[in-house]
Design a protein around this ligand. Structure first.
Ligand SMILES: [Zn+2]
Length: 172
């Protein structure tokens, strides 16, 4: 299965830089065991998640207390939106990518390194932005271990009828 092939060294580095701060979070049940690799992930999903991880790293050291997050909007096999979270208080990666995609986000797949938020923080919930934009499928590397999130984002999207894959590239 393509989705579980061993990571190339450069991706391993990307994973550690982006995910390590999250892995220190006391996630109930353990992060990676919950974010099991999806059986529906394709080779394209894996490749695109690697790109989202690279995007996330562009803000390395500047997002505290928030995690590094990268996102891509893909329509008809083409990347039409790219985003990463620049710093706390600014737009989340998903929203940045959706803005760039504009109307092309309708019917698209959104790749994100972290579960989209479903709660009101300093910004509106990304789940609602995804639904408003007409995204049909969401591929994520991992569950957000923050107790305010912790699966609620995925639950919201699935309830709304989106296909959701979790755990793509979530292998340290
Ligand atoms: Zn968000």
């Amino acid at each position: 299965m393509q989705g579980v092939r061993p990571l190339a060294p450069v991706v391993r580095v990307a994973f550690h830089r982006v995910m390590a701060p999250l892995l220190r979070h006391p996630a109930p049940g353990g992060l990676l065991t919950r974010a099991c690799v999806s059986s529906m992930a394709t080779a394209d999903d894996t490749r695109l998640m690697e790109e989202a991880l690279s995007l996330a790293q562009q803000a390395a050291g500047r997002t505290s207390p928030n995690p590094l997050v990268g996102a891509l909007v893909v329509a008809n096999g083409r990347i039409v939106g790219r985003g990463f979270h620049r710093k706390a208080g600014e737009a989340h990666a998903e929203v940045v990518a959706l803005r760039e995609a504009g109307v092309l986000a309708r019917g698209s797949t959104l790749y994100t390194t972290l579960e989209p938020c479903a709660h009101f923080g300093r910004t509106g919930p990304c789940t609602e932005a995804l639904l408003d934009a007409g995204v049909r499928r969401v591929v994520a590397a991992m569950v957000d271990p923050d107790p305010k999130a912790d699966g609620r984002g995925f639950a919201r999207l699935r309830t709304a009828g989106l296909a959701v894959e979790v755990g793509v590239q979530a292998r340290p």
